[in-house]
Design a protein around this ligand. Sequence first.
Ligand code: 3PY
Ligand code: MG
Length: 267
Amino acid sequence: MRMNNVKKLWREGKPAIGAWLSIPHCFSAEGMAHTGVDWLCVDMQHGCIDYSDVVPMLTAISTTNVTPFVRVPWNEPAMIMKVLDAGAYGVIVPMVSNREEAERAVAACRYPPTGMRSNGPNRAMYYGGPDYQKHADREMACIVMIETPEGIEKMEEIISTPGLDGAYIGPTDLALALGLPPVMDNDEPLHIATVNRMLELCKKHNVIAGMHTNSSKFTQRYIDQGFQMVMLVSDRGAMTSFVKAEVARLTGWTPATPSAGQGTGGY
Ligand code: 3PY
Ligand code: MG
């Protein structure tokens, strides 16, 4: 079976840097797969992406060695199993708040007798290989997001869930859960303290710590701290921030349409 290159990096104690896909197209996914990142995440939660977009996007990513993840819209076993069957090598499950919810996510990623994943790896077998079912439990990464008030309170019971590969922070939901404005690259002392507490618990329980950022500055900070799954930039954020910056450089011209919205945010 094809190895999960990101899990290999983690086993070697190394970080894996990723990018986020919010645009529902195989062409942008393929382009992002050629940028040098270790992993890409197709975002079904906040990206403009449905299941029928996910399949060609995973196919495009599989033209490279980049490891494909999908963030599912919610902690629903049916969708977790469907994206794994389509060839995702890991799932990121949002807003997991307690041990029971974390166990549900893990079980959806593992075949019986360990879990409850149903058999039917249709595209996954072309991508992974004919012995897919034999090794899938070892290669699939199950990552849960900690970003709700209950999840913050019950961080340790989530992180210590048997079979879990990692816990990933959504910084803006985490900020909201802490009563702060939803800022991505966040320097609020309470935010920093909560992030640090999660990192320590991940180290204690031997699971990888993941973090979402919006800049190389914050990506570097979290890698240096010991986070092993760090998200650098989204397709939408990269595209719009680049064009916005280039527009701002022009002189002798006034834009008829002022730029709207956030240029860089990568949810
Ligand atoms: C958050 O910031 O809450 C996220 O989930 C990032 O995608
Ligand atoms: Mg979130």
